[in-house]
Ligand binder design. Structure first.
Ligand code: ADP
Ligand code: MG
Length: 594
């Protein structure tokens, strides 16, 4: 395989380096490059994929260094102390993640800064243990009782670098990487696909911190001596510059980014006093000029960055998908949704004001009303995005009132979004694969190692995803980046992704908004097919011809209250409904629906 050829070439180059450059200064430099690269790879998984910022990775680097060094000094064999040091970092990563879980954006960054500073202070002040600025002396690293010289230690670092590169790449191209990326792209959409965002954020942190810890440990033994000066805050910034300049979320970014951050300090040695300023400037310039980083920008030019996958069986896909769907449907009991007196208040404003809604068995329920009448708010409550201020929601005899989105998905309720929420960094097919989240059974290590079991499942679900794409008429765009689709196409892909959850109740929030007439026709056809399959649908829609044509029953909202309910004919004649729509173009829409 091509991939293994590349790995073999990299491995050979790494192995040959000391033969080609038998110069201890260069080998030393190469060691430094490799452990820095390792940290950047780990940080890239966190920042680039899962969308969480860390300004404290020097803290994990330090924990890896001290943990491994102190254990080794206490007599634990080198490799074992490296493993334990990494485990300590994993735990620290978990703790930092949990502390920052409720924080977002700038606050998350602050938690990580605080962590980095705390570790820096401990390293500096807890002299009895860390040696502080005076430092810590270590034995030279040894394997199986053999002490490693500079070249042997270089080879060990190179081997670990290669292994981490392969494993990180495996994560990138597995469902774990996709889930990280989905979460980084749209948390709410990932959650409605069944992703427990909290746990997955912690996982991303744990993985990233562990890798940074390995980098730190390898650093610690490089000179058999280090001190607390190596873990200052600017090191965290340096790692981040590496991720962002190289191209956050790209697979090659860390290589390029590490080259940049490695060469920079050498180039600016005489300007050391200004190094933070220089890093900051580079960060800013690269964010403005190359927001995708060097690799991302090159990739964009070449139109690359997608996994080409076979598009077989498109023609039969729709029918087969239907077959699959019917099989899901057959397992279902009659859908029963019972919403009682649901209220949703925002700062005292009642966006939804005591609404009752019941569904009995598969039907298409229209939910209409003027702008701002509370339709999307009901969708948000029903999909678990908001917990209602008051009222109760019973779903198949379970009380789901305060379920978060991923629990709703598990219970069989999912949705699409009025303001599109596709994972723009993923392809169309990958978007649908994220939708299968709850149906994947392969675990973290199967994904990390790309085991046969992982591949079997991946191939099976890819095929199923292609069927779903065929079902919505988007199969030929499977390898397209989601961001490149038209509005209507994005809405169709959102439906396919929602179907991958295999829901019993699918809530569509304005699925035809912004779609062309051709796409609207497609969407109507899809909704009809979904109904035929036996999926219950709640359809929020402004296009009255769609609502009147596909809905069995229509519920009308005005100012957060239900003002009417009945079949389309009944609703069109309802005086209160006409009044609610009166005065705008809305009333013409209502009539046009006839
Ligand atoms: P619709 O989908 O029917 O157009 P929405 O449910 O989006 O209406 O909004 C209903 C009302 O609730 C609007 O007045 C809107 O401004 C308000 N609203 C919705 N979400 C929020 C929120 N998160 N915070 C404050 N007000 C909100
Ligand atoms: Mg809305």
């Amino acid at each position: 395989m091509k991939k293994w050829g590349i790995y073999a070439a990299i491995g050979a180059a790494l192995y040959l380096f000391p033969w080609i450059f038998p110069n201890s200064y260069l080998i030393h430099l190469a060691q430094g490059f490799l452990y820095t690269y390792i940290v950047v790879v780990g940080l890239n998984l966190l920042v680039g994929l899962s969308g969480q910022l860390s300004l404290g990775h020097a803290g994990f680097f330090a924990i890896g260094a001290y943990g491994t060094a102190l254990l080794n000094n206490a007599g634990v064999p080198f490799l074992f102390s490296l493993t334990l040091g990494t485990a300590i970092c994993a735990a620290a990563g978990g703790i930092v993640a949990m502390l920052s879980l409720r924080a977002k954006g700038p606050y998350l960054a602050m938690v990580t800064i605080a962590f980095g500073m705390l570790i820096e202070i401990i390293a500096n002040r807890w002299v009895e243990v860390t040696g502080g600025p005076a430092g810590l002396y270590l034995n030279s690293p040894s394997l199986l009782g053999l002490s490693l010289g500079i070249v042997e230690y270089y080879w060990l670092i190179a081997l670990i670098t290669l292994v981490i590169t392969v494993l990180a790449d495996n994560l990138f191209t597995s469902r774990v990487g996709r889930t990280f990326q989905a979460m980084g792209s749209s948390e709410v959409a990932a959650a409605t696909a069944g992703v427990d965002v909290r746990n997955w954020k912690v996982l991303a942190f744990v993985v990233s911190a562990s890798i940074a810890g390995i980098g730190g440990a390898l650093f610690a033994f490089q000179n058999s001596y280090f001190n607390s000066d190596s873990f200052t805050w600017d090191k965290s910034i340096l790692f981040l510059v590496g991720v962002i300049v190289g191209g956050a979320g790209t697979r090659l970014g860390p290589v390029i980014g590490t080259i940049v951050i490695f060469l920079l300090p050498q180039a600016f040695q005489s300007l050391y006093d200004y190094h933070l300023l220089i890093f900051g400037a580079i960060l800013l310039v690269s964010l403005v000029l190359l927001p995708q980083g060097i690799v991302g920008s090159l990739g964009r030019v070449k139109g690359k960055r997608r996994e080409a996958l076979p598009l077989a069986k498109e023609a039969d896909g729709a029918r087969e998908a239907l077959g699959t769907e019917v099989r899901w449907a057959a397992k279902r009991q009659a859908t029963v949704l019972d919403i009682r007196q649901v209220v949703m208040e925002f700062d005292g404003y009642r966006a939804v004001d005591g609404v009752d809604l019941t569904l009995q068995g598969p039907e298409v329920r229209g939910l209409i009303g003027p702008n701002g009448s509370g339709k999307s708010t009901i969708v948000n409550v029903l999909s678990g995005v908001y917990v209602p201020t008051a009222g109760q929601m019973i779903w198949n005899t379970r009380n789901v009132t305060s379920f978060p989105p991923h629990k709703m998905a598990e219970a069989g309720i999912t949705r699409t979004f009025q303001n599109l929420q596709l994972f723009s960094e993923l392809t169309v097919l990958q978007n649908v694969l994220v939708g299968f989240h709850l149906h994947y059974t392969s675990g973290f290590f199967a994904n990390l190692l790309h085991t046969p079991r992982f591949w079997r499942e991946e191939e099976r679900l890819r095929e199923e995803a292609m069927h779903l794409l065929a079902f919505v008429g988007m199969a030929e765009k499977a390898n397209e980046m989601a961001a490149n689709l038209s509005y209507g196409e994005q809405r169709l892909v959102e439906i396919a992704r929602a179907m991958a959850v295999k829901p019993q109740l699918l809530i569509l929030d304005e699925p035809a908004a912004g779609a062309s007439q051709y796409e609207v026709d497609k969407i109507v056809k899809v909704i009809r097919n979904l109904k035929e399959i036996g999926i219950s649908i709640i359809l929020v829609e402004h296009h009255m011809e769609i609502v009147m044509n596909v809905c069995d029953t229509i519920t009308v909202l005005d100012f957060g209250k239900k003002i009417a309910e009945g079949d389309p004919a009944h609703i069109q004649k309802h005086p209160q409904v006409i009044e609610a729509y009166l005065g705008g173009e809305e009333v013409t829409k209502l009539v046009v629906g006839e």
